[in-house]
Ligand binder design. Sequence first.
Ligand SMILES: [Zn+2]
Length: 210
Amino acid sequence: MFDSKLITLIVSVITIAPIIAILIEKWKFKNNTNINRDKNYYYKCIFITYENYSCLQHVYNTTSCGEKCSYAYLTEILNLLKSAKSSISMCMYHLSLQQIFQEIINAKLRGVSIRIITDREMEFNSGSKISRLRQEGVEIKTQSIAELTGYLHHKFCLIDKNYDSQIMWFGSLNLTLQGICSNWDNIVITNNNDIILRFSNAFENLWTDM
Ligand SMILES: [Zn+2]
């Protein structure tokens, strides 16, 4: 017959074991040296909501109604492109904003290396600035027909990668008026080395494969 103390011990172990396992996992996560815990990097999250629909006029008039204005967000993106000294590596499903087109051309004129990867079909969407960018000599790649199994749906942009000033944005936002004013969309702006490296590798792999 089992000793009652032995049964109590077995029940206690069965009860406590999962709790100990969870605590060990939490400790391992906290001490995972593969996670960059450097707090010095910068990041900013932008969320576009239905409230930004009223900002359509602010984008047209180039006036801001506050820090959550679509025009303020657009200005922030334009300033990132303006800050480029070495390179702009952009992966964008749809690009139709005239202001973005102009800022890319400005960057090219001051000697910045520009590479854009976009969707093969969206290039011919009305309003797309991709054909005009090609005409201006900007290097642009799209999927080959053989690779055309889905949309090139990425939306990210690396600026001055591999330099101290490197910065990027990524998220759901297409560079369109609808995206900046009418959709529920987001972007994250960051200079985090690890994130930039991952996106940079992804960009280079796409660029090589296309
Ligand atoms: Zn506004």
